[in-house]
Design a protein around this ligand. Structure first.
Ligand code: ADP
Length: 486
């Protein structure tokens, strides 16, 4: 089976979040299952240089305002990539993938991701290059227009199957209706049963309306987004397609995140040699200026500092965390008020709370290896990766019972502890008080060394790699193709 991924980011080539991890890892996990998956993405600066064996596939003259080229290449890990080299759209000397240097969206984002989607549809229809897919796997709003171009194609009947995966419903690709013509969409695209959304044009809605099947990155998030509270305005549309919406939990790259073999971690350890984790804790406490004490539970946060992640609740619950005698390390950047809140806490509680403002991949590994628990009080969480790293590192996740967090962590309640299936601590509703209670419960569990280590071992034995998810995606692809051939 041939599958074309259409994605605006892909690890390790260009990344802002979990979408990149999926686009970079899932095709590799599908390969042993007989799937020839290739990733179509924008040729941002520096991406081509990370590929080996690059060759020109086709010219794309006059692609949304300039000439472009489609280039094929492979990553060191063996991922097959198709790059759209379009200097007028993707070569910028400053800024990021979506935002300009002033922190606002690039003004031509509709053309940039319209072009990505348009080339995706052209490859899907076999009009560019010699390789054409049986199925197109669209990711998030940036790829949503592929479904529209296929829908309005003069030969739409022979278009391949389509799957849209929603990684985060908060991002909907909304643009003024006047952009329609520049995107080469017919006027009916603006109808309410097209991609019109409250007077705007929504790329995500195109994907939701016209993809054969929809998926999101956990079963609980798949249910949550059908409700007015969590549906972010899309719940009505999604409810119409509820029977065609599936939730599949992401995996993690367990070669990059492996406590037994992690170049960032001073003392490797496994679930059988858990005692070695203590050396990483002592090193981390020392590095961060915390009191070096093995018997003090060390909580951690590695996160974007935003209200989605519920970290204002942790600021509110801090006095109760501090009162237990536990320690906290926070690594993150984002909302200036939250940054200031955690910095103030570390000034007020030296030796007990440490805050590092910034993005630091290596430190995030050392934190996973050295901390006892990782806190994620997210208000919503489509899947979440950090808790999966926590499971793998025996750093027990303390999580809000939402989305992917609900699906991946088993609360250490009485019954789960007795049955030996607990892997962390959950709380609900997502408020400061229940979070504080969860922290206190975690401290109590930590003090029961036998129960704690049993929970750690259980957490570390969970299969959090990509194999399970790859099998589920393959089944979904097969269902889509079987349905189309009927
Ligand atoms: P989201 O994609 O919503 O930010 P996820 O939990 O799915 O949340 O993924 C976040 C990823 O980014 C994880 O790999 C996490 O370790 C990493 N990360 C977040 N903030 C930082 C930071 N300040 N430094 C290093 N890594 C970070």
């Amino acid at each position: 089976m041939r599958v074309l991924f259409v994605s605006s980011e892909c690890y390790p080539l260009a990344k802002t979040g979990g979408l990149a991890d999926v686009a970079g890892a899932l095709p590799l996990a599908l390969a042993p299952l007989g799937v020839d998956a290739r990733v179509l993405m924008p040729g941002y600066p520096g991406v081509r240089d990370q590929l080996i064996g690059t060759t020109k596939v086709a010219s794309l003259p006059g692609l949304f305002g300039g000439d472009a080229t489609l280039v094929a290449g492979t990553t060191v890990a063996g991922l097959q990539v198709l790059l759209i080299e379009a200097p007028h759209l993707f070569t910028r000397s400053t800024g990021g993938l979506y935002l300009g240097p002033d922190g606002t969206d690039w003004p031509d984002n509709h053309l940039r991701f319209g072009a990505l989607s348009w080339v995706g549809a052209a490859i899907a229809m076999g009009r560019v290059g010699t390789w054409a897919p049986d199925l197109v796997h669209l990711h998030d709003w940036q790829a949503g227009l592929t479904a529209a171009y296929l829908r309005y194609d003069r030969e739409a009947a022979r278009a391949p199957g389509t799957l849209l995966t929603i990684h985060n419903l908060a991002f909907q690709g909304l643009f003024p209706p006047a952009t329609r013509a520049s995107l080469l969409l017919p006027s009916q695209a603006l109808d309410v049963d097209g991609m019109e959304y409250w007077g705007q044009l929504s790329f995500l809605k195109a994907g939701v309306q016209w993809s054969d099947r929809l998926s999101t990155v956990s079963p609980t998030y798949a249910r949550e987004i059908l409700t007015p509270n969590e549906g972010m305005g899309f719940d009505g549309l999604l409810r119409l397609r509820a029977h065609e919406l599936t939730g599949i939990v992401n995996g993690i790259d367990d070669s990059v995140w492996d406590p037994a073999n992690d170049p960032h971690v001073g003392t490797p350890y496994t679930s059988r040699k858990l005692a070695a984790k203590a050396a990483n804790k002592a090193a981390l406490q020392h590095e961060l200026g915390l009191e070096v004490r093995a018997e003090t539970p060390l909580f951690s946060v590695v996160s974007r500092l935003t209200t989605q992640k519920g970290l204002d609740l942790l600021v509110a619950a801090l006095p109760r965390l501090v009162a237990t005698g536990a320690q906290l390390v926070v690594l993150g950047t984002g909302d200036p008020t939250l940054e200031a809140g955690f910095v103030a806490a570390s000034v007020a509680h030296p030796g007990q709370v440490a805050t590092v403002i910034g993005f630091d991949e290596a430190l995030s590994h050392r934190i996973q290896a050295g901390a006892d628990a990782v806190v994620m009080p997210s208000r919503f969480e489509p899947c979440g990766l950090t808790q999966l790293y926590g499971l793998r590192y025996g750093t027990l996740p303390v999580v809000a019972r939402v989305g992917g967090l609900a699906d991946t962590v088993i609360d250490a309640n009485e019954a789960a502890l007795r049955d030996g299936v607990a892997t962390g601590v959950q709380f609900s509703p997502v408020e400061a008080d229940p979070l504080a209670v969860a922290i206190e419960r975690t401290v109590d569990l930590f003090r029961d060394r036998t129960a704690w280590q049993r929970t750690q071992r259980r957490a570390m034995s969970r299969d959090v790699g990509w194999d399970v998810a790859a099998g589920r995606y393959l089944s979904l692809y097969q269902e889509i193709l079987a349905h189309r051939s009927r």
